[in-house]
Ligand binder design. Structure first.
Ligand code: ADP
Ligand code: ZN
Length: 435
């Protein structure tokens, strides 16, 4: 189902017109109400009069995570506190939290973004959406929650954690939609399969909306098979509101971005120039409707590309490819760029392995070491290292061919790798603690 056909299927030039109107308004507000933006625009020698349409967006200054930290907590807020009805803060996976504040309209817009994603998966009244994203300052829980309500679905706010109870409720309350991080979905799947109290046969799950961290097609296959669902990607970030900046449609071939609310650009992170259409680079967003904390050209550090081909679902909204990772997640090992998601992609090609992994990078005798802990599925596990060799070799070869460096692979006993309830941590770079 298409939640807002008028917008989601709007002709491209009509969309440009709408974006232009909204950008002009946003820039004007930023200039008039925010010292920060006024200073930034003055530095570039521009005023709101220079922004006549969305084509002028590249004249505007970028905003970075660093700027948000400098302006912590409310420096970028352009409405009086009396208009603010909620505050969220990012989980701070990469440092001090980033704050976002919301007016009533902001919450409404955000809920619509999530509703559009869930509607694409067919969610509506009569469905029970189990929200197993963490509730609290993290935008995942309440974001999915409000989106489900907007659709008239029943939401079950279990939050993350308490896994045994979650799966009992999932069965007893007949939850048919699951919303959580892909790592937690995997943890739930594992708990269901190991439980003697519940069984996947007695579950009613039909689809899931997974996001807040990068995941791969391999992980999708695992989740779809284990939970017997269709698994959809949902994308977002606190700086724009939270989850629901975009999501996959029923075609599962890229994340439609809600361009009427968030204008996407892809830039070369070195030169800061736009890349050629369809090329990979850093995703940049400008909010077009946010009231409390509008944001201009925010550098997400997420690496992806945009796809403008028409989607078979009928939506004209641009699609974005899977996020390869954040530029912060990228490790340079022996001079080679490596993303954790590449290791996940290799691992999930081999059905004998669990989709769990942990990478440790260090420097010993002036050389980078690259160790990867993995787990075999319990039925394939052997204590005897000799018996493990036939499994390690093909994975080793695949990683070498994909990323170009040789890892040391260690097979841990079942459950040896820590399971995550939210965003999984996949890397320890010990070099960061050395000179
Ligand atoms: P934090 O920066 O503390 O993790 P957020 O919860 O705001 O705070 O995280 C937003 C980030 O999470 C995005 O910029 C992106 O890197 C990642 N992310 C969110 N959804 C997805 C997704 N579907 N696929 C890949 N990465 C995602
Ligand atoms: Zn589509």
């Amino acid at each position: 189902m298409i939640f807002n056909p008028k917008i989601e299927c709007m002709e491209r030039d009509e969309m440009r017109k709408l974006q232009s109107e909204r950008l002009i308004k946003t820039v004007k507000t930023c200039y008039e109400k925010s010292k920060f933006y006024r200073r930034k625009m003055n530095e570039l020698g521009i005023t709101p009069d220079d922004i006549k349409s969305i084509d002028d967006i590249s004249k505007l200054p970028f905003t970075t995570k660093h700027d948000l930290r400098d302006e912590y907590p409310f420096g970028l807020q352009v409405v009086p506190p009396t208009e603010v009805v909620r505050i969220h803060a990012s989980s701070g996976t990469t440092g001090k939290p980033v704050v976002d504040t919301y007016t009533k309209n902001d919450l409404d817009m955000w809920a619509e973004g999530v509703a559009r994603v869930m509607a694409a998966g067919g969610v509506g009244p009569g469905d029970t959406v189990q929200v197993s994203y963490g509730y609290g300052l993290f935008t995942g829980g309440l974001g999915a929650h409000d989106g489900a309500i907007k659709l008239g679905a029943c939401q079950l706010p279990t939050s993350a954690g308490n896994t045994e109870k979650q799966i009992m409720l999932m069965q007893d309350f007949r939850s048919n939609v699951l919303a959580c991080t892909p790592s937690y979905a995997m943890r739930l799947a594992e708990a269901i399969h190991n439980s003697d109290k519940v069984s996947i046969e007695n579950m009613h799950l039909r689809c899931g909306f997974f996001g807040a961290e990068p995941w791969t097609e391999g992980m999708r296959r695992e989740l779809e098979e284990k939970l017997r669902i269709k698994a959809y990607d949902i994308y977002g970030l606190t700086e724009m509101c939270g989850p629901g900046v975009g999501g996959e449609c029923e075609c599962q071939n890229g994340t439609h971005l809600w361009e009427d609310m968030f204008y996407p650009e892809i830039i070369n992170p070195e030169t800061l120039e736009p890349v050629a259409p369809g090329e990979f680079g850093e995703l940049v967003f400008t909010s077009l409707c946010k009231e409390a904390m509008p944001i201009l050209r925010y550098r997400t550090r997420d690496l992806t590309r945009l796809i403008y081909d028409k989607c078979e679902c009928g939506r004209t909204a641009v699609r974005m490819d899977r996020i390869l990772g954040r530029s912060d997640d990228m490790m340079i090992v022996r001079g080679v760029n490596v993303f954790p998601s590449q290791i996940e992609a290799c691992l999930t090609e081999f059905p004998v392995f669990q989709p769990y992994y942990f990478i440790t990078v260090d420097r010993v005798n002036n050389e980078d070491t690259f160790d990867i802990d993995v787990e075999l599925k319990p039925e394939f596990f052997h204590e005897d290292p000799q018996q493990q060799m036939p499994h390690i070799k093909p994975l080793f070869d695949r990683i070498v061919s994909m990323v170009g460096i040789k890892p040391n692979i260690h097979i841990l006993p079942p459950y040896g790798i820590e399971r995550s309830m939210g965003k999984a941590k996949h890397v320890l770079d010990k070099r960061n603690f050395k000179d």
